[in-house]
Write a protein that binds this ligand. Structure first.
Ligand code: IMP
Ligand code: MG
Length: 183
């Protein structure tokens, strides 16, 4: 079945160019540091894999599983840990790697959670952000692409766990409200 993507927002080539730019920025900012990339499962999977290879520094990779959405396109506000952080971060330079920052609730929650483990520094890098939907203000020094308020899938991002493997970022039109029963 064809994915219900109405248009391609970011092509594979543009994604790689954005990741390369972030990689250069991180490489110059984290020289002589003890860098740990903490990827948020599962959405950051492909982004983290490409970003880590675009950073020319020794680094460590950790994962944490968080889930903020149920099977819908709107945030519930509740953040659940589905996989505990598998890396020691105390005294280290942690960069959270997130697929998309939308309301900001997930990142806000994670920043509090990880700062309790006393990293030396804590920052965040998101492939995408939707600033018009922000509900809490979060520091986000590294952003790949700023996008409008649309629901997107691909390159790790899902709709009900599907379409993560699309090689581009595509827009899914929200389903129109169902028409009233006629009769
Ligand atoms: P936030 O807590 O509202 O910032 O949402 C962050 C999480 O919601 C992301 O890590 C994604 O898993 C999910 N999300 C937000 N917007 C989208 C989207 O357009 N497509 C797919 N997932 C999204
Ligand atoms: Mg998701």
């Amino acid at each position: 079945m064809a994915p219900p993507v109405s248009r391609i927002l970011i092509s594979p080539e543009a994604l790689q160019a954005g990741v390369a730019r972030l990689g250069r920025q991180i490489t110059s900012d984290y020289r002589e540091r003890d860098l740990v990339l903490v990827g948020i499962l599962k959405g950051a999977l492909f982004f983290l894999a490409d970003l880590a290879r675009a950073v020319s520094l020794p680094l460590e990779i950790g994962f944490i599983g968080l889930s903020s959405y149920g099977a819908s396109t709107e945030t519930s506000g509740a953040v659940r840990i589905t996989h505990p952080l598998d890396t020691r971060i105390e005294g280290r330079d942690v960069l959270i790697v997130e697929d998309i920052v939308d309301s900001g609730l997930t990142l806000d929650h994670l920043l509090r959670l990880l700062s309790a483990q006393r990293p030396r520094s804590l920052n965040a890098c998101a492939l995408l952000h939707k600033p018009t939907r922000r509900r809490v203000s979060v520091p986000l020094p590294y952003v790949g692409f700023t996008i409008e308020d649309v629901f997107v899938v691909g390159y790790g991002l899902d709709l009900d766990q599907k379409y993560r493997n699309l090689p581009y970022i595509g827009v899914i039109e929200k389903a129109p409200p169902s028409p009233p029963p006629s009769g």
